[in-house]
Design a protein around this ligand. Structure first.
Ligand code: ADP
Length: 300
């Protein structure tokens, strides 16, 4: 029996891709797609040729996070043409193929397997320095497919995104073990939403009555600060939202022998930038999260 023609076609496509990075998470909602999107923006800013492939088939959020909602994909002589954010940042997602973004994708394993194969075989990325693959949470059909299809050409490694809570870390351990089992190096773990950081000037101040009713009094509070202690407005308010007294992701990484890449705070401005399809690195307002993300990206 000869070599599988699909795997041969994938290997041919991937021959022009220098590095392949998988972005994983144990749970949904921890910021995996946000990280994939901002990583891609950062690599493109560094003048690399970047492709971002969204294989989160049931919840594709990459089109929105790259500001590409409503685009669809076209065929050209070389295959499916990805959607370009910039000349050096190309994106492919199942989201581009759905008639409307609220459409539910209810597919069984073989169909998911089929579309991932097609993405790898038919998308004309051209020369890429990096292909960033945004995977769904957990370890499911999509993960097995991508690993199987890229086996021949190799995956450089996986980045695992988590939040600091123990319930999230338990699932990260599973993710690390999955990588070990299928032989993908873990490039490291990112702890996202690691404490809330907000410049005092952006905080909303509430008065809470005895019955628990809230009334906003931000104007009064800021005026009071301006009059009495204006230097407070230069400070950043920090709230440890989740209990990370047990050491969070850093300790888990030490226990499991994988690199800890760093912490990204919960930053409402990062949420806004990513939901608005913008890079946090060119957004003046993302002062508390963009530097943290930059430091992490500089590590690999
Ligand atoms: P996942 O891909 O893990 O499901 P998302 O990247 O979709 O998670 O993020 C979930 C939500 O949290 C999004 O609304 C996103 O904008 C927001 N978010 C992610 N990371 C942060 C952060 N560090 N600070 C504030 N909001 C964030």
């Amino acid at each position: 029996k000869g070599p599988d023609p699909d795997l041969v076609a994938i290997a041919e496509r991937m021959a022009t891709v220098k590095h392949k990075i998988l972005v994983l998470s144990g749970k949904g909602g921890v910021g995996k797609s946000t990280f994939s999107a901002q990583l891609s923006f950062a690599l493109a800013d560094m003048q690399y040729q970047v492709g971002l492939l969204d294989i989160d088939i049931c919840g594709p959020s990459i089109p929105k996070m790259l500001g590409l909602e409503g685009h669809d994909i076209h065929q050209n002589n070389f295959g499916w043409s990805p959607v370009y954010v910039e000349h050096n940042l190309a994106v492919m997602s199942i989201g581009f193929m759905l008639p409307n973004p609220d459409e539910a994708v209810i597919w069984r394993g073989p169909r998911k397997n089929g579309i991932i194969k097609q993405f790898l075989k038919d998308v004309h990325w051209g020369e890429l320095d990096y292909l960033v693959v945004d995977a769904p949470p957990g370890t499911s059909d999509e993960h097995i497919s991508i690993v199987q299809f890229l086996q021949e050409t190799g995956i450089d490694g996986a980045i695992i995104v988590t939040t600091p809570q123990e319930v999230s870390l338990i699932d990260v351990r599973k993710e690390v073990n999955f990588c070990k089992k299928v032989g993908i190096p873990v490039l490291g773990v990112v702890e996202n939403m690691s404490g809330l950081r907000q410049p005092v000037a952006d905080v909303r101040f509430m008065r809470v009555s005895e019955t628990g009713e809230e009334r906003e009094d931000t104007e009064w509070a800021l005026e009071y600060i301006r009059q009495n202690a204006p230097e407070l407005l230069n400070l950043v308010a920090c709230t440890e939202v989740f209990d990370s007294s047990r050491g969070g992701a850093a300790r888990m990484c030490a226990e499991m022998g994988v690199p800890f890449l760093g912490k990204v705070p919960m930053d409402p401005q990062l949420g806004k930038a990513s939901e608005g399809g913008r890079s946090c690195f060119t957004d003046q307002k993302c002062g508390v999260s963009a530097p943290a993300l930059k430091r992490i990206i500089a590590k690999f």
